[in-house]
Ligand binder design. Sequence first.
Ligand code: PMP
Length: 429
Amino acid sequence: AIRTSDAGRLLHRREEHVAEVQEHYFDEPPVMLRGWRELLVDEDGRVYVDALNNVTSIGHAHPLLVHNIARQWSLLNTNSRFHYPQIAEFAERLAGLLPDGLDQVFLVNSGSEAVDLALRLAQAHTGRKDVVAVREAYHGWTYLTDAVSTSVADNPSALETRPEWVHTVDAPNPFRGVHRDDPSRYAVDAVAEVERLADAGTPPGAFLAETLYGNAGGVALPAGYLEAVYAAVRAHGGVAVADEVQVGYGRLGHWFWGFEQQGVVPDIVAVAKAMGNGHPLGAVITTPEIAASYRSQGYFFSSAGGSPVSSVVGLTVLDVIQSEGLQQNAAEVGGYLKERLQELGTRHPLLATVHGFGFYLGPEFAREDGAPATEETAAICDRMRRLGVIIQPTGDFQNVLKVKPPMVFTRESADAFVDALDRVLSTGW
Ligand code: PMP
């Protein structure tokens, strides 16, 4: 298409050299120039409520983060083979957030790196390559993490193209999935798969899952799911890997980590996104025994992982989450938002259910026969944007809104979001 406006010309320039496979939100994306808390401002000065940016955990342009980063850059930034106070402090703080025994920290730069390293640690520790992972999940773009990512929304042929060491089990979705009539069957089947692999002489080295089904729209796993599968994997010498990249770090409100909601403790935890507020930051936290087994691979080094600036970012984000009570805010405002969305569902049948907790919510749209309302959801997101609210679909059917706003989201913004959605559902999309 010939693009004549300034925004159109900019999009054209982007499309010329940013490889096309790196998609952008919206067909006609607004040109964003500023962010503040949970608000975004485009080139025309139009303000949008950002209900989407989970990476921006403490809000856009947080003044303390801006100040601390600038200060640290002006003092020192170097790689983590040098010795400086910030890395010791940050690793100490991260270890303190996890249950006893999980106290060895690896600092990297992204969620993909964190999950990749978590799997390598599991493989090094157990001496086994085989991994059991849940379907419809996304864990990253690196070779290892892509191998265990089977969301058809990301790769339509994902299930046919897995390496032989990747074993997938049904997406444990109690609302939409093969065992929706009896969700306890998901654990039974996953345990059976672990047993089958053990009987075949290839017991899995790791079981990998998001602890709340983030990629499916914040769907809570069936009660007892992780407990049963972790036990089966451990009984055969494997380890439990938790991908907390999206759902961890306080966003769920009542729980800081997703695994707490399931009442389990993993052996290896991968963290990213929220911990850096958009600065590239990731971490793996595990036990001393598992961490030590990496020695068999050589030593571990990441140039920018755990640098003074990255450590200061991590420390500041944690300080702000704590001092501004953002986990508490996720519980309170997130709870209010969920109630309002549920009420909307009583008036608009297209809104079939609302998944999730706190600031990780997934309003799911379905037609009268239960079929996923995929086209409707895309149109709803487009109309929401025109009404000044940024939101996008998720899940294999792209029929769930991924509501995961900056954790400073206010009650007023929650109202603005629900009122806009009410208007779209009432007047058509
Ligand atoms: N794990 C999960 C659950 C994710 O959602 C993502 C990113 N969407 C990743 C891993 C990869 O993180 P990153 O984009 O930082 O590499």
